[in-house]
Ligand binder design. Sequence first.
Ligand code: ACO
Length: 338
Amino acid sequence: MIGSADGVRISITGLGCHVPERVVTNDELSTMMDTSDEWIRERTGIRERRVAAPEEALSDLCLPAARQALEEAGIDGTQIDLIIVATVTPDMAFPSTGAILADQLGAANAAAYDLSAGCTGFMYAVAQGYGMVAAGLARRALVIGGDVLSRILDWSDRSTAVLFGDGAGAVVIERVSEGGFLGFELGADGSGGSQLFVPAGGSREPASAETVAERRHYVQMNGREVFKFATRVLVSSAENVLAECGKTVDDVDVYIPHQANVRIIDHAAEKLGIPKEKIVVNVDRYGNTSSGSIPLALADAQADGRLQDGALVLMTGMGAGLTWGSGLIEWTANGRTQ
Ligand code: ACO
């Protein structure tokens, strides 16, 4: 799916993020499994990640992020018409984390639900929020991306446990007078589904003593295949959305790729020809936070002053599905809502 904005100006007017307090370093992991700080840093660029406390669920990470985004947009929960939570680790199968958050935020007028597209979830949800606002179904959408992947990791499997972390980010999307989204490209290749999946816990393999004993409720991944897929789609999806919007790589001011692995990011940036100073990287501090990755990186870019008014920001996610998604936005500073 690909398309560009047709003169409709819709942008991000509020941004927030939240990560758990607990920091888990590579050295700490090396006391739990056969790994080392050196291996993890060299192969992934990750130094540490955040891990949720036992009592912390996804909505506990999303709520502060959402409140911050609403505050920055200068609105409260009653002014939100739509809440989408992109995640693969909701609080529970149902009700949705979106509905739980709607209640906590006092968003009594909002439609609220969860969306599952692996680590690409945030980009899918932003495109969906954009579409709902563009169609006039929603005046303001709150789009949240977050995951508590620590809950579905096999902590005895060094090939996956070292890669991920917990975190969430949120944005408010609404009509603006200047700037805004230029276009999106989203895709899915279900034939690669078994490269990155959680086999049990759904309707195909419901939870049982056997699935628990076989550790089939945890993330299983073919790292090399996912690596190849990720480097390929980060490049093709970015090129596609830029061409669709009549832009080139040279026009991009800020590049926000999904934060899975520094080697994947460097490879994509080099192929695309994006210089280092334009790339936002925080995988070193957070690991791969799945749906939280891109909004957390957006918040970092805002904090370090790179999200200037009018800056062209390219975001690309990829993940389980296998899925991918890019969005191009001309950043809109606050105070220019319609
Ligand atoms: N510590 C020490 N050694 C390890 C570890 C570890 N944590 N994990 C694997 N190894 C070992 C392997 O067992 C292997 O040993 P062997 O040669 O004796 O068999 C060796 O290190 C090399 O393993 P490779 O898998 O070849 O290592 P590679 O360089 O491919 O890196 C990695 C592995 C980091 C997983 C890489 O393939 C990768 O990043 N893949 C993409 C993963 C990813 O990003 N997934 C999520 C993206 S989508 C989403 O976000 C949901």
